[in-house]
Design a protein around this ligand. Sequence first.
Ligand code: FAD
Length: 359
Amino acid sequence: MMKTAMEKLVVVGAGITGASSAALLKKILPDGAVVKILDKSRGTGGRMSTSRCSNGKSATVDLGAQYISINLHYAKVHQSIHEELISQGLLKASTCVMEGDKFGGEDILHYVAPAGISSLVKHFVKQAGAEVAYEEHVTKVDIENKKVKLTTLKGQEELCDGVILTMPVPQILQLDGSIRQLIDSQPKVKENLENVSYSMRFAVGLFYDPGVTLSYPWAVKYFRDNPCVCYIAIDDKKRGTESDSVGPSVVIHTSVPFGMKHLEEDKDSVKDIIMKHVKELLPDIPEPAEVKGHKWRYSQIHKSYVNEPGCVVLSQTPPIILAGDAFSHSNLDGCLTSSSSVRDAFINCTGLDQPTNRL
Ligand code: FAD
């Protein structure tokens, strides 16, 4: 097979699928080829985001993914990656006290990310040696002279030899440009994309000044009967990083039905409703120094792309590949499965050599 010239590859989405795909593809791209990541947000992580308090203090809170839960199957399949993350201190076995739920089965091990969950994503971005451009919202994807042209909301254009799109599927379906015709010309793919659905929920992060003590016997608590709150974690305690110089932080997740009910409301007004419920559940909770609300319109996969293929190739030449948890499942191993499918599909599209180190 003829090798395709591949000087520049763009990954849209600085979440865990985008970052790990970039790291894998960098290994098989020719020397000198550039990998660039574009993300519409202001930081790395996507749904594995770690939020910092805005008062200049160093407290952080994971507003999206909380744990890395690894079953026996993936402990084998992704053993080398898990070991690498553990040896670098990015993952640590969880020892915290959890209340109110049976947390997975016997064969599942739970890990926390001491430096915040986004540190996992940053690890892969670094491995890829990728430049990340933030606040670049891709709105249009076109094919021109066997190249892919991406256009952003600010009107920036990016010409590249291939693209991996890792945003949630409804955001892929919103893209303009010739990608629309590409999707329309593959009715089965279009139908499968349209059938993907996500749960939605709100998250609230609470930041406290140093010296404040949250004296609960648990680090994580699930609430099954509350109409609003389903999960509260004392985030620094959950991660095993409590310190006198950094104040504690708390994350609250709402239930999916509550999220659905308030879907179109502003996150700040919903934040007040959530805090009312938190105060009923934990009447003695101290007043935080800062409260941050977040709406996860696309939280976790409710219905994945049929048969969970890992990725979907929309175009072979130039390669336009769709990836993310929608094509697998919503956790670290699901996203790593997606990125290894991206690598295989990319080799198939381009004829570039197989890497020696496989996931
Ligand atoms: P994303 O992280 O969504 O990344 C996509 C990126 O694309 C985003 O950064 C977004 O800003 C960007 N983007 C979107 N549209 C555009 C555009 N047009 N132009 C440019 N950029 C764009 N997983 C676990 O393993 N354990 C957990 O405990 C866990 N709990 C969770 C709790 C919550 C509340 C949520 C929301 C998720 C949770 N998950 C958990 C799921 C996990 O976070 C996701 O499966 C995973 O992060 C998905 O990664 P991704 O890279 O596929 O997508």
